[in-house]
Design a protein. Sequence first.
Length: 280
Amino acid sequence: MSFWNRTALAVAALGLSTAGPAMAEIGHPVSWQVGLQGPATEVAAFTYNLHTALVWIITLISLFVLGLLVLVVVKFNEKANPTPSKTTHHTGLEIAWTIIPVLILVGIAIPSFRLLKFQVEIPKADMTVKVYGNQWYWSYEYAADQGGGFKFDSNVLSPEEAKKAGQPNLLAVDNEMVVPVGKTVVLQVVGNDVIHSFSVASLGFRMDAVPGRLNQTWFRTEREGVYYGQCSRLCGQNHAYMPVAIRAVSQEKYTAWLADAKKKFASADTPVRVAAAATE
């Protein structure tokens, strides 16, 4: 974790220590969370670090401007200056307040472009999963030439089901996407009806699911666990009830899951829940 992240989280923990847990968690949001969710991929870590650095830059700029305003109020009020100055231009000052903001923006732009390049350049895939956005659930398709050959739907669990399973309400699903750790997973994302958005904060990706268009994104994590996300586009009545749950496991566990999933999901007769039943 970078210096910026350690400092920001230390300040957050000090300021909100009496208000509940403030530290960012990996995989899911928590009450009173300050900052982004903990990163579990290189892209997410890059995003986290850039975001934290920008917060510090904005804070310093705001404090500097506030200091200037206070200085102007104290030093240049009517009482201190009964005879106002006739100065209208200052060449050096005008050059400074033009050049300095430009240099700040260039300094921000360079890592921003690096992050964008890192996100959009898809590396060679170890496995590919096709993601379908539906009103209001997700469907995942595993390619046959990669040990899959099946497709299944993922629906939100009811509050009672989530509590019984020990998972977070409104984020838990009946069928999670399962991937192995240490592998580059390419996601092909498409919408079946309206525009959705497939997003998982801790894995550092967000990709729109657009009808008639195939979009791609990717991630790779070395950390086992369950990573939760949600649809990030307003897609209709039950938009709030189509969470994303991705479970990263060891290669051995993934191989065992594939064997079970083939038996469970290979049938083309697997029922698909309709919108009216999405929150049952």
